[in-house]
Design a protein around this ligand. Structure first.
Ligand code: HT7
Ligand code: ZN
Length: 878
């Protein structure tokens, strides 16, 4: 594969208006008959000597043009293409191909998950099913017939609406599906299998009834209710907030166990990883419940943002993904605690996204080039993409944003468009100039904002000076200033927000009066002057994380503790707690490096004790305020990572906090533990109780081990049971192994629960972690062909166990590199994700750098290296 460039986009020479397919499924193979109605694309201006259709691993059985068999001279079969010579202006092309879904371990195209057939076509998987113009700007109306053995595959599902079914000889049957809405082929799906089915219905705001169906493995019907509730909530929310209605008679979700990602928004037939469908109290934690609701909503929202209006080319992926993540985040904020949801989303940006943005794979949310598109389904395109949409929402306000969305749908329904088209719709609907804002789409890297302030008591004037700069990223040395909405408040001595009186010198900025302001930072350096400020204020900066930037302002520990106790922005209270504790941890790491005694200042334990005592705050938020930053978070705050010092400091601070606050933690735990409901308040109580329990166990006190052990056995929810298991499994408790054994005994037949059991061991901060992972590979529930298991064990170890992966002897690196080499053969997409654990090798000490580089270089010399792994490794060693 070669590098593709965004600038080289050309419209397709042909369009395909209609697709008629017959898919015959057999135990040994599948046969795909396709009939394509092709015509020249009026937008394509060049000469057309030939038509190149994409196709991979297809065995061509027959080919006909306008119902005439095509002679050998009329076409050419290449490695990944079928070339039709001298094509007419318009014609029908019929092909029959044979494929082997049973041997498809890549899980792209048509494959088998257990006894079921299913598909995954995004980004470029449709070409593994039939010859086609596999690009998102070719949109077609599909009619699809599926035939298979009736006993083994009673359910035959396709996109769109059902259009007939019937019996066939030899125990086979058929079903036909018609999808009236033109779609790109990446949204094609089919499923055949024997499922349990949960049915319901939803009536849209215009009174149209929609049949809702969720298909799951036999015996799992008692784990579907939450998914169904989530679908209905999402449908209603999209009507209320965006005025968007569902457009088919039926909406189907199928859950499969073998899936490379979370879920896929195929038109009218979403295919999901079981992880994001199945949930009941005894199999799923509160976090899992939230994950199901968010992913169900995400895929549903794609029906408008992605399916009806799709991407012109894959460089525009954030057009649908950034926007849809923003929409699912808004939805989740509306369904639960908005602050808790926001800070959970911000943590992802500050750890995974900031890390990507400062590493070898840094790319703008709209990348300029790629080798393998699957490598660009990233936290940058998705989550930073959502932050960019959020900034637009902040700048335009909720009403302005809705106007922009309405304009976008009016203008582009049924089209394949670009990120520029999206921003332009918002600019036009609001009569705003958003040219500078578009730099968020083209420039990679995380801007740093340095803030300084000055209070002029004589004139009661307060001045904030903001300076922005963005570090160089691969291929982008110089950056232009971004348009940054910078939300602030100013606190008086009592902790209240002062009234703001700010008038920008720029004519087109509006004056701001109120207690919170969004400062429009547009230049490299800009001053904002506030008049009539009667006392020196304490600034509360970047409220709600109003832009994906790194903030530098020299707060004292006391000021952070004051913000934590008083800020009217609950988000910024959390942020202050994180800053305070991170700073103390980094200081402890420095002390460790210098061979000094590590210290925990009393101000931290006092601040945390006040949180425990603050019954005004809701429990879920109190839990988050008490959660100490993890290594992934700390790593992003330092230039060079001394992993030994960070691990030592984190363990020391946790233990010391737990020892100092043992009694109040224990009291709080006893007070709030044991909630059993599925409502938000009960979940908040569980979050707080389990945060306390985790800290109690960190104290290494024998009584705490007992409390955890009792909870493990008596728990009435998976949230409580798993929290107890995690606390014990990450400790040196004498009953640790017993706890792990009991847990497997209870859940050995629940695949998703076993994934948790693998992960909790793979992420244990213990010297024995690697040996445990090696042992777990031999467990009968582990399967290297199943992505959930790979994520649960290998990915968890390499990405979420810094102490284990970065063992000084390099054994962690060697272990993972060997697994990458194996996966490279069977599932390159997953292998590329695994190998990205090495991406930040330059940030570690010299010895570790050499050890990691050795593994990366060895991988590069491996024969049969996939483009997926090659792209990640080669960019990393550059
Ligand atoms: N749009 C989908 C992205 C996707 C995917 C899903 C499953 C397997 C492989 C995949 N490659 C790309 C999922 C989403 O963002 O909604
Ligand atoms: Zn998506």
């Amino acid at each position: 594969k070669t590098t593709k460039y965004r600038e080289q986009y050309q419209p397709s020479s042909y369009l395909i208006d209609r697709v008629d397919m017959l898919v015959e499924l057999f135990e040994s193979h599948a046969e795909i008959h396709s009939c394509l109605a092709l015509r020249r694309n009026p937008l394509f201006t060049g000469a057309v000597e030939e038509l190149r259709l994409d196709g991979e691993e297809l065995e061509l059985k027959s080919i006909a043009v306008n119902d005439q068999a095509l002679p050998l001279s009329g076409y050419e079969l290449q490695d990944a293409h079928l070339v039709i010579r001298q094509p007419a202006e318009s014609f029908t092309l019929k092909t029959v191909v044979q494929i082997k879904p049973q041997d498809n371990t890549r899980l792209e195209g048509l494959y088998k998950s257990g006894s079921k057939f299913c598909t995954q076509c995004e980004a470029e998987g449709f070409r593994r099913i039939t010859y086609f113009l596999d690009r998102p700007d070719v949109m077609s109306v599909y009619d699809v017939t599926i035939r298979a053995d009736k006993n083994a595959y009673p359910a035959l599902l396709g996109n769109g609406n059902p259009a007939g079914s019937g019996e066939l000889p030899e125990g086979r049957h058929w079903a036909r599906w018609h999808d009236p809405i033109p779609k790109p082929c990446y949204l094609f799906a089919l499923v055949a299998g024997d499922f349990d089915l949960l049915e319901d219905s939803f009536t849209t705001m215009s009174g149209h009834p929609v049949a809702l169906k969720i298909y799951v493995d036999k015996g799992k019907l008692d784990q579907c209710a939450h998914a169904m509730r989530s679908v209905k909530k999402a449908m209603q929310w999209d009507e209320e907030v965006y005025g968007r209605e569902y457009d088919l008679d039926i909406y189907q979700i199928v859950a499969v166990s073998d899936f490379n990602m979370g879920a896929m928004e195929n038109k009218g037939l979403n295919i999901f990883n079981t992880k994001y469908v199945l949930a009941n109290e005894m199999t799923a934690t509160d976090a899992d419940y939230d994950g199901v609701e968010a992913v169900i909503a995400h895929e549903y929202f794609h029906n408008w943002t992605g399916n009806r209006v799709t991407c012109r080319d894959w460089f525009q992926l954030s057009l649908k993904e950034g926007l849809t993540v923003f929409r699912d985040q808004q939805f989740s904020m509306d369904m639960g605690s908005p602050t808790v949801k926001r800070l959970d989303d911000v943590r992802v940006i500050r750890t995974a996204q900031f890390s990507e943005d400062s590493g070898p794979m840094a790319h703008p949310i709209r990348p300029d080039s790629y080798v393998e598109m699957n490598n660009f389904y990233t936290v940058t395109v998705y989550n930073k993409g959502a932050e960019v949409i959020r900034m637009l929402h902040t700048l335009l306000g909720a009403d302005g944003f809705r106007k922009g969305m309405d304009r976008y749908f009016e203008r582009h329904d049924g089209q394949a468009v670009t990120c520029d088209d999206f921003v332009q719709a918002h600019a036009d609907a609001n009569q705003r100039d958003l040219e500078q804002f578009k730099r968020w789409y083209s420039q990679a890297g995380t801007p740093v904002i340095n803030v300084s302030d000055h209070y002029d008591a004589a004139n009661q004037r307060y001045t904030l000076t903001l300076k922005q700069h963005c570090p160089a990223t691969p291929g982008q040395k110089e950056k232009q200033p971004f348009f940054i909405p910078f939300k602030i408040g100013l606190l008086d001595k009592a902790g209240n927000d002062l009234p703001l009186n700010w008038q920008s010198k720029d004519a087109d900025d509006q004056a701001i009066y109120g207690r919170e302001a969004v400062l429009p930072l547009q230049r490299a350096e800009q001053q904002f002057v506030f008049e009539h400020i009667g006392e020196k204020p304490l600034p509360s900066l970047l409220r709600d994380f109003s832009a994906p930037v790194k903030l530098r302002y020299d707060y004292s520990d006391e000021q952070l503790a004051f913000l934590l106790a008083n800020d009217s922005s609950l988000f910024n209270r959390w942020d202050a707690a994180q800053q305070l504790v991170s700073r103390v941890m980094l200081n402890a790491a420095e002390q460790f490096r210098a061979g000094e005694e590590m210290r925990l200042p009393a101000i931290v334990t006092e601040a945390l004790a006040a949180v425990l005592d603050n019954h005004q705050l809701d429990n879920a938020l109190r839990a988050r305020l008490l959660q100490l930053p993890d290594i992934g978070y700390l790593q992003e705050l330092v230039e060079k990572i001394d992993i030994d010092a960070l691990v030592a400091a984190q363990q020391f601070i946790k233990r010391r906090v737990a020892e100092t606050l043992y009694q109040p933690l224990r009291d709080c735990f006893q007070r709030v533990r044991g909630a059993t409901g599925l409502d938000g308040d009960s979940a908040g109580r569980r979050a707080l109780a389990n945060t306390c329990l985790g800290l109690l166990v960190d104290s290494t006190d024998a009584e705490a081990y007992q409390l955890a052990h009792a909870q493990l056995h008596e728990a009435k929810t998976m949230t409580d049971r798993f929290a107890a298991l995690r606390a014990l499994a990450h400790s040196a408790a004498p009953n640790r192994q017993q706890a792990l054994d009991d847990f497997t005994h209870w859940y050995v037949d629940e695949a998703l629960v076993m994934d948790k059991w693998f992960t909790v061991q793979a992420t244990a901060p213990l010297a024995s972690a690697l040996q445990e992972v090696q042992k777990l590979e031999q467990h009968s529930a582990f399967d290297a062909k199943n992505p959930n298991k790979v994520r649960a064990l290998w990915m968890a170890f390499s990405h979420a166990n810094p102490a284990g992966f970065h063992r000084a002897d390099g054994a962690g690196y060697q272990f993972i590199a060997e697994r990458v080499a194996r996966l490279n053969q069977s599932n390159p997409q997953l292998a590329a994700r695994l190998v990205s654990a090495f991406n930040r090798w330059k940030r570690y000490d010299d010895d570790r750098q050499q050890l990691m580089l050795k593994e990366l270089k060895a991988l590069l010399t491996q024969s049969g290296l996939s483009p997926d792994v090659f792209e990640i490794v080669s960019k990393s060693v550059e």
